[in-house]
Design a protein around this ligand. Sequence first.
Ligand SMILES: CC(C)(COP(=O)(O)OP(=O)(O)OC[C@H]1O[C@@H](n2cnc3c(N)ncnc32)[C@H](O)[C@@H]1OP(=O)(O)O)[C@@H](O)C(=O)NCCC(=O)NCCS
Length: 163
Amino acid sequence: MLIRDAVPADLPALLEIYNEAVANTTASWDYDPWSPVQHADWYAHKMESGFPLLVASEAGEVLGYASYGEFHAKIGYATTREHSVYVRPGKQGRGIGQALMTAVVDRAREAGVHTLIGLVSADNVASLRLHAGLGFVEVGRLREVGRKFDRWLDLVYLQLMLS
Ligand SMILES: CC(C)(COP(=O)(O)OP(=O)(O)OC[C@H]1O[C@@H](n2cnc3c(N)ncnc32)[C@H](O)[C@@H]1OP(=O)(O)O)[C@@H](O)C(=O)NCCC(=O)NCCS
């Protein structure tokens, strides 16, 4: 497995992975799949902002991706970033999420990011476990701030200090 920077040719695979998570999981609190245009805008913003977008690939297949971006838009938050990570169903539980996140944390450190924040749905056991293994700690839990699949969702704030 190779961890590398994403290229435009990866976008259909990334969109497929994201939209599967939208349709079937609480990893994303979107309800509707993203269109290719919406996804291209997201990618353009990452590239223009100098944010990393890393993919895990094996034999030419994209297995997952991870990135970070703004935590909040205001300039005072610029040394804090919020990350995300998605692994293709069927490829989960093989260490790919951990490898992607380790690489994202390294990139964040190199870029001078002071702290990384992950916002995780409290029912997402795999993500909570992944983050705990990387040293993220729970710093907050908001009750029933989300709703999807006809149930309330709690939001867990996870934080890793980088410097
Ligand atoms: C969450 C996710 C990124 C984890 O990536 P992964 O490649 O499946 O996880 P890894 O194989 O690297 O395992 C990382 C840790 O999570 C644990 N884990 C993975 N899948 C798990 C599951 N279904 N249930 C419980 N723990 C799980 C592993 O045991 C490992 O923990 P350990 O280091 O204590 O042994 C992946 O499952 C995924 O993409 N899920 C859907 C999208 C999502 O939830 N994204 C995160 C949004 S916050």
